[in-house]
Structure formats: structure tokens, C-alpha cells
Design a protein around this ligand. Structure first.
Ligand code: PMV
Ligand code: MG
Length: 357
């Protein structure tokens, strides 16, 4: 029996801008995992998961057409991960076989609460890791990221793939997305093996070490939103508000560059100032795009953290889900957690996870 794990993630800063090629974000991996196990089988294969099942479908109407949206269903990421890894195994001369694949996720809690910690990315990475072990094909983190990024992109079709990077590399990372148009074009003329060996234009993943006095707090506000749909809505707004959007991208890039330097200089005050700045920039994006990123409850969460002496913002696509606060480790954070709780915000007591491959 082979087992592999991949962690979930949380965006610290740089959301939405990071969807554009080469623009930076800071992301962390968390100690909540998707676990995949594989066992060889003689006569038939199976895919089993308590949390991820293909027993309900979401669809909408476009004219007379029934349109299915698979992008938020982790089951489709499992299938895509299997398809890509087996293609790679075939190229490596392996013989494919039958197996039972079991998936268990801590990212989707038993009572059905989804914290928005990136289960689609973690399930993609964990499935690929398990299959690579099963077919005895060790891969570097760099190549694992690339394989998982392709598998994820095949289902979601948009997004930065930063959650894949966090799940593969672990810890705190500074991330810049590769040029996805380039990938689409080069895929038509390369094998997977060739693709993974190439240098991908603009892709950059750098490990960061936070200052020792930095404390990360996570607050969950409920009402999860669909990241892929929010990204679509920003893409629609971008076409109409070109100048505002360009300005947002430039300001976000400058903010993130200063923040990343703050990590390198181990300077908590610089990091906190840029968290606040990034919050303002996302509010501007929300204003001109008419997409709700910081919901009233996320606003409350951030304001309480700021009153407490911290810096805070929504995390990820927003519209609900999690927010993050960056505080001095000397502060008695249980008090802030109690304030949050009184306002209906749940503190998620999770820790940053470092990946050893
Ligand atoms: O909502 P999350 O935690 O999956 O984060 C989405 C972050 C975006 O920048 C909005 C989209 C992306 O793909 O990077
Ligand atoms: Mg989200």
C-alpha cells in the first residue's frame, strides 16, 4: 500500500494580481492534508472518497443549453491528476495497471464546512504524488509542481496555480505564475517529459523565512465563495476598467516587492504595513469591479485585528471564507480570538507546514 499527502494553503497577499503572469504573491502551506493511498488490484480499479463524490452536479442555463461547472468539484481534479500522471508514466515506459485509489481530506471537515484552504490543489498534488510513487517515478519538486499545474489547469482553466506551488513546496513562499498562453501553445508540440524539463517563462517560487516575532492568525467567517467564479468576474471587469486594473496591478506588484523584502530583512513592521496596503488595494479592486471581496464579516475580523495592534486582510478570493492577521508574537492572541468569536468569526488554530519530499 502506497500513501502520499499534500497540504492545503492560504494566501497571505497578492491575490488577483498573481493571476497575471509574473506578478508576485505570498502564500503559506498549512498542516491540513489530503491523503491518497493506492493498492494494486487484480481485476478492477476503484476511486473512493468520503468527501469527494460525483453524486451531485452543478449546472446553470445559457439560453437553452444546460452548462455544467466542474471547477469546484474536487473529483474532476482527481481524474485529471490520474490522466496526466499515467500519460507521463507511459512516456517513461511504464506498464499501467489496475489499482484502488482512496482519498481522504482534512480540508473538508466532517460537518460539511469548507474552509477554503485549497482542497482542489491539495487533492491534485496528493494524487500525483501517490501515483508517482506507485509507478516508481521519483520527481523533483519543480517537476511535480509542473505536472500538477497542468492537471489543475485542465479542469479550472483560470487561476494562478499558486495553491499548487504552496502544496508542493510547503512553508512560506513568494510565487509568480508562468505564462499560461505559452504553456497552451508549447503543449501542442511537446511530450509531457519534454515539458517538465523546460524552463517555464516567468515562473518563480522562492522560499521565505518569516521573522521569529511574526505570528499568523487565521479567522474563518463562513459563507464560502467560488474562487473560479470570482476570478471570472474580475476578468470581465478588467476588460471595461483597463486603467483602474493596470493601476491595481502596478500597486500590488510594488506592495508585494516591499513585503518580500521585509521577509528577507526579517522586519515585521514592513510586512505588516504592506498587509494593510494590500488590503486597501483589494478594496479598490472590489470598488471598481463591483465584486465583493471583503464581506462585512471579513471587515469586522480585520478591524478587530487592527485595533489589537495587528495587520489583517481577507485571504484568497474573498467573498467569505478566511482572513489572515499578522501580529507580534508577544501579543496575547487568545484575547483577539475571543473578540472574533463574539462576532461569529472562528479562529482556525492551524500551523504552517514545511514539506520534505
Ligand atoms: O480563494 P483562494 O484561497 O483559492 O485564493 C484565490 C486567489 C486568487 O488570486 C484570487 C486566484 C488565484 O488563482 O490565484
Ligand atoms: Mg477561497
Amino acid at each position: 500500500m502506497i500513501t502520499a499527502q499534500a497540504p492545503g494553503k492560504l494566501y497571505i497577499a497578492g491575490e488577483y494580481a498573481v493571476v497575471e503572469t509574473g506578478l508576485p504573491a505570498v502564500i503559506v502551506a498549512l498542516n491540513q492534508f489530503v491523503t491518497v493511498s493506492i493498492e494494486k488490484s487484480a481485476d478492477y480499479g476503484s476511486i473512493m472518497s468520503k468527501q469527494y463524490q460525483e453524486n451531485s452536479l452543478y449546472w446553470s442555463r445559457q439560453g437553452d443549453e444546460m452548462v455544467f461547472d466542474n471547477r469546484d468539484n474536487p473529483f474532476h481534479y482527481i481524474l485529471s491528476a490520474i490522466r496526466l500522471t499515467e500519460k507521463y508514466a507511459l512516456e517513461a515506459g511504464k506498464r499501467l495497471s489496475l489499482y484502488h485509489l482512496r482519498i481522504n481530506s482534512e480540508l473538508d471537515s466532517a460537518d460539511g464546512k469548507k474552509y477554503g484552504l485549497g482542497s482542489s490543489a491539495a487533492v491534485t498534488v496528493a494524487t500525483i504524488k501517490a501515483l508517482l510513487a506507485y509507478y516508481e517515478l521519483p520527481l523533483s519538486k519543480d517537476k511535480l509542481y509542473k505536472l500538477a499545474a497542468i492537471a489543475h489547469l485542465d479542469v479550472q482553466g483560470n487561476g494562478s496555480l499558486g495553491d499548487i506551488a504552496a502544496s508542493v513546496y510547503g512553508g512560506w513562499i513568494a510565487y509568480q505564475a508562468f505564462d499560461r498562453d505559452w504553456l497552451q501553445a508549447i503543449r501542442r508540440e511537446s511530450s509531457l517529459t519534454e515539458l517538465l524539463a523546460l524552463e517555464w517563462p516567468q515562473l518563480n517560487i522562492e522560499l521565505l523565512t518569516p521573522p521569529a516575532n511574526l505570528q499568523l492568525m487565521i479567522g474563518w467567517t463562513g459563507s464560502p465563495a467560488s474562487t473560479s467564479q470570482l476570478v471570472d468576474r474580475i476578468t470581465i471587469a478588467k476588460a471595461k476598467k483597463r486603467a483602474d486594473y493596470q493601476n491595481f496591478l502596478e500597486q500590488s506588484a510594488a506592495c508585494l516587492q516591499t513585503m518580500i523584502n521585509g521577509f528577507k530583512q526579517k522586519n515585521l513592521a514592513v510586512i505588516q504595513a504592506q498587509i494593510k496596503r494590500n488590503r486597501e488595494l483589494l478594496q479598490q479592486l472590489s470598488d471598481f469591479s463591483q465584486v465583493s471581496i471583503e464581506t462585512p464579516l471579513l471587515r469586522k475580523m480585520c478591524d478587530l485585528a487592527e485595533e489589537f495592534g495587528g495587520a489583517a486582510k481577507s485571504s484568497g478570493a474573498g467573498g467569505g471564507d478566511c482572513g489572515i492577521a499578522i501580529l507580534d508574537a508577544a501579543l496575547p492572541t487568545h484575547q483577539l480570538a475571543a473578540d472574533w468569536e463574539q462576532n461569529g468569526i472562528e479562529r482556525l488554530a492551524l500551523a504552517v507546514h514545511n514539506v520534505t519530499l
